[in-house]
Design a protein around this ligand. Structure first.
Ligand SMILES: [Zn+2]
Length: 118
């Protein structure tokens, strides 16, 4: 069910964009998902279609999701980098100083990257 509340906040953000930019229709929305987010894109799509069925400005919009790689920050030099590592990052070396002491960088579970209109 947590995708339902996520979809509601996405819709709030989109409504705000529509208002600010005076848009007639949103055709496509691109999202980035954090590597660690447990979000099911299919559920977001389902709730989005359900909640926008009567909303001419958002109805039928295409939702695209891109899963980010794990974002790490070196605890020595502070460099921020991406890693293909899954959840065990103890062997990941910093690309700058080669130290194995990276920390997972906090980021939003889901983020709107772009909005396409007519
Ligand atoms: Zn480093």
């Amino acid at each position: 069910m947590h995708e339902y509340s996520i979809t509601c906040s996405i819709l709030e953000i989109l409504e705000k964009i529509i208002k600010e930019k005076n848009l007639k229709k949103i055709k496509k929305v691109k999202f980035e998902l954090s590597k660690l987010a447990s979000i099911e894109p299919q559920s977001i799509k389902f709730y989005f279609d359900f909640l926008t069925a009567e909303n001419q400005r958002l109805k039928g919009a295409i939702l695209k999701f891109k899963k980010n790689k794990l974002k790490l920050a070196c605890s020595k030099c502070g460099k921020i980098f991406e890693s293909n590592a899954e959840f065990d990052i103890s062997n990941v070396k910093c690309p700058a100083c080669r130290i194995k002491n990276a920390q997972v960088r906090e980021e939003d579970d889901i983020r709107i990257v772009s909005v396409e209109t007519d």
